[in-house]
Design a binder for this molecule. Sequence first.
Ligand SMILES: O=C(O)CCC(=O)C(=O)O
Ligand SMILES: [Fe+2]
Length: 326
Amino acid sequence: MNADFEAMRVSQGALPIIDVSGLRSPDPAERRAVGRALRATCADKGFFYIRNHGVDPALQARVFDAARRFFHRPLEEKKRVEMALSPANRGYEPLRGQTLEAGAPPDLKESYYVGEGRGADDPKVRAGKFNHGPNQWPDGVDDFRPAIEAYYRAMSELSELIMRGLALSLDLDEHYFDDFCMDPQAIVRLLHYPPQPANPAPNEKGCGAHTDFGGITLLLQDDNPGLQVWNQARGTWIHADPVPGTYVVNLGDMIARWTNDRYRSTLHRVVNISGKERYSIPFFYSGNPDHQVRCLPGCLAEGEQPKYPPVTVEEHLMEMYRRTYA
Ligand SMILES: O=C(O)CCC(=O)C(=O)O
Ligand SMILES: [Fe+2]
């Protein structure tokens, strides 16, 4: 099985690396230039690397370090903060806790979910909003909470920047998505993949093939390869191997919906054939739960109909969780 996965290897060069520093420029022409670069890649696979993103490498290292120390703890301890105990789906998800690819065996990964922490008196928690509530924090894992909270803030800021770039890429006002970005739902997810076993069950993988549910995903990888992105045109998997100093960014299903599929939410999976423990940290930016996702201006040709009915972010996310958590 592992040999098959390896045989499908094609070069990682198929995914572009975009320098996003221009989005912070005071010069509108520089910001628009990044928008143009984004447009091409979003309409192709919706999967690309970004560099000069501005997130402090020391902060990234702190989060990886905290993740490693947490996942190394005994299972009984990790289970004290199990996601099953959280009405907001926060905390620890054991190995094989999710099946991202329908029909495949459960995923060979364990994970930890952190979002915006909200107390019982928060109006959105009182209103019963999906996935709103407090985080869970493990005892005795040094720097776990401070590192992840600081990272959450940095990634929220970067996500807002990328959303402004996406607005420009669609010839919309740079602030078109500001309402979507107000009081947003987002998740820092720590992931740990053990090495792919020598004799895996048929089709067993770190992450089954899936598209991401939400708006945008910004993925931080350690040094170990494993992420593969479907190349529809060739019928092969592109290996999105780690590139130092970058994030892999991919567009989720909501952006495909918004753009009537002009922008792509592409199938991807993880097969950890590195032989080592692999850690990764996706940041899922889903936006304001009450925001209506409907076909954007400029994404319909004359006579073309929207393929998807309008849906709120919250409705969309609920449906996607339902599909992957039995
Ligand atoms: O770990 C990775 O490289 C990708 C993870 C992923 O696709 C996901 O969590 O949605
Ligand atoms: Fe994903």
